[in-house]
Design a protein around this ligand. Structure first.
Ligand code: BDR
Ligand code: CA
Length: 317
């Protein structure tokens, strides 16, 4: 099983990612970053989820703000706590007595050449870790990210939340030379659970019922704010390349992040021309492929994620 560190901002879909990773991967550690709510809230949520899932792994808090700009929070979607909609257990322990950067470096050192970082929030912690220890890039098997879009955005017209939350960090991570997988909103919005899917979890145990409550809240937010009819399981998509690559098709591509202060800030610019066999003629290609970019999700993915929730639920004591 692939050793994984989940760098996240739980967050409803981050919670699903945590369970999906616990079912199919060797989840070694969790680090938290501001985003769906304040760092304090998302760290507390990560600890509550660990208790719910009976996961005894270190959880360390990281950045409470981006590298250069002011923090944004996703309360309109995820609520006042970042995980509104369900009664979660109180955390039964404190976060680890170290910064997320330290936990990332320790975990990567201990699993040299094998560790995958799954980043489902702003990329601030990962950028800081790469700056603190440049050898980190050689210690990682890869980084797999939920972020960006090649279509419409969810913060601005064309920017996605995780990249927009810290574009400078995203830019540094995508330029770092670490093998990278990137799944954007254009794909994750096609990986959505319906109200009927959510209702089907209600026949299960405490974990499945809690996830049903959380996903009901998430679906209602996405309906209200974005007019969606399904709850997008953005974050678990990032784990797919290391669980079952047949569930999302990825293609190698050059992706850059716009750091411009204006209309395009935080936008991911993907050079899709060569994927579509566009004749470039005299036009210079942007640059070498730096990521595997998600293109096409399989219809089997949502059932696979829902099955993971049921399976983890069934093995809880
Ligand atoms: C991303 O933003 C967050 O609100 C979600 O948890 C996900 O990581 C989707 O744009
Ligand atoms: Ca997230």
């Amino acid at each position: 099983m692939t050793p994984v560190l989940l760098d996240c901002d739980p967050g409803h879909d981050d919670a699903v990612a945590l369970i999906y990773a616990a079912r199919h991967l060797d989840l070694r550690a969790i680090t938290t970053v501001f985003g769906n709510q304040s760092l304090e809230h998302v760290t507390r949520n990560a600890l509550s989820l660990c208790r719910l899932v009976q996961l005894d792994i270190p959880v360390a808090a990281g950045a409470d703000r981006p590298l250069v700009a002011q923090p944004i929070h996703g309360g309109t979607i995820h609520g006042k706590t970042g995980l509104d909609g369900a009664e979660l257990p109180e955390p039964d322990r404190a976060p680890a007595d170290m910064h997320a950067v330290e936990l990332i470096l320790r975990t990567a050192r201990a699993h040299r050449g094998e560790l995958v970082i799954a980043a489902t929030g702003a990329l601030t912690n990962v950028a800081l870790a790469l700056a603190t220890e440049p050898r980190l890039k050689d210690w990682l098997r890869g980084i797999t990210i939920m972020g960006g879009t090649t279509g419409i955005g969810n913060v601005t017209e064309i920017a996605e939340f995780n990249i927009y939350a810290d574009p400078e960090a995203a830019d540094r991570v995508l330029r770092a030379g670490v093998p990278a997988w990137l799944v954007g909103l254009d794909v994750t919005r096609r990986v959505g659970v319906t109200a009927a899917d959510i209702a089907s979890l209600r026949g299960g145990g405490v974990l499945a019922r809690t996830m049903a409550d959380l996903l009901d809240f998430f679906l209602a937010s996405l309906q209200r704010v974005h007019g969606l009819s399904t709850a997008s399981l953005h974050d678990p998509c990032a784990l797919v390349p290391f669980i079952d690559p047949s569930l999302i098709e990825y293609r190698q591509c050059c992706v850059q992040v716009s750091l411009d202060p204006g209309l395009t800030r935080g936008v991911t610019v993907a050079d899709l021309r060569r994927l579509r066999n566009v004749q470039l003629g005299q036009i210079r290609p942007t640059g070498p492929a730096n990521v595997h970019l998600a293109r096409e999700p399989s219809p089997a993915l949502v059932p696979h994620i829902l099955a993971a929730i049921r399976e983890v639920d069934a093995r809880l004591t």
